[in-house]
Design a protein around this ligand. Structure first.
Ligand code: PEP
Length: 249
């Protein structure tokens, strides 16, 4: 099944108001690549101004709480992201799992809340270096998907991102064969959970994607785009990845 490529940026805890100017060139690149979906998960402080500055760009959050509102100091809910003009959220990023002890059950609850609040979801999974060295990468990814995928998930609102923890921000990437193997496992796991609907779910690769390696990664079977951290912070680095996705078709 043909799935549109998605190139999503994750600014993490970076980006002040001056950084909003980067979105102008990113939006221009998105317009020049009509076959590619382009999204940017900005810090919560920038969602409103980013969405107002570039209404055509898909702006989102990096996390949401599992509740819609209430006494959760410092957290942000899906309805609040939606109200600020955000259209999607990342959930289950390995930095959230590691820094905040989020379990797959937590991630599942957040994905459900995001969908309930009208947001699309990019749900991240991925093994640590130790798990890969122990030969457990496929089992870990399959288990994370099984434990964190909401019932009734479909490609209309849910995207999976395979992000090996050891590849995030390190400049190291798995081989194309290793990426292909995990994406095939992820697809098979999805199929076991949601049947034919699995064919509509995009599976992104994330971890040290750059303009230099994007074309090779997009050529891997079952790679439907990329979740990009460091190289999404400037248009100069992010736009070549969007262009590589457009060439990959
Ligand atoms: C990420 O954190 O989602 C990510 C992929 O980061 P980087 O591209 O910097 O490795």
């Amino acid at each position: 099944m043909a799935r549109r490529k998605l190139v999503a940026g994750n600014w993490k805890m970076n980006g002040d108001r001056a950084a909003l100017a980067e979105l102008d060139a990113i939006a221009a690149a998105a317009r020049a690549a009509p076959g590619v979906d382009v999204a940017v998960a900005v810090p919560a402080t920038l969602i409103l101004s980013a969405a107002e500055r570039q209404p055509e760009l898909d702006i989102g959050a990096q996390d949401v709480h599992a509740a819609d509102k209430g006494a959760h100091t410092g957290d942000i809910s899906a309805p609040l992201v939606r109200d600020a003009g955000g259209h999607f959220t990342i959930v289950g990023h390995s930095e959230r799992r590691a820094d905040h002890g989020e379990t797959s059950a937590d991630v599942r609850a957040k994905a459900i809340a995001a969908h309930r609040g009208g947001l699309r979801v990019i749900l991240c999974v991925g093994e640590t270096g130790e798990e890969r060295d122990a030969g457990e990468a496929e089992a870990v990814v399959s288990r994370q998907i099984t434990e964190s995928l909401p019932d009734g998930a479909d490609g209309g609102w849910l995207t999976l991102a395979y992000e090996p923890v050891w590849a995030i921000g390190t400049g190291r990437t798995p081989t194309p064969d290793d990426i292909a193997a995990i994406h095939a496992t992820a697809r098979a796991t999805l199929r076991g959970l949601i049947g034919d609907g699995a064919d509509g779910v995009r599976i992104l690769y994330g971890g040290s994607v750059t303009g230099d390696n994007a074309a090779a990664i997009f050529a891997v079977p079952d790679v439907d785009g990329a979740l990009v951290g460091g190289a999404s912070l400037t248009a100069a680095k992010f736009v070549p990845i969007i262009e590589a996705a457009a060439r990959a078709g």
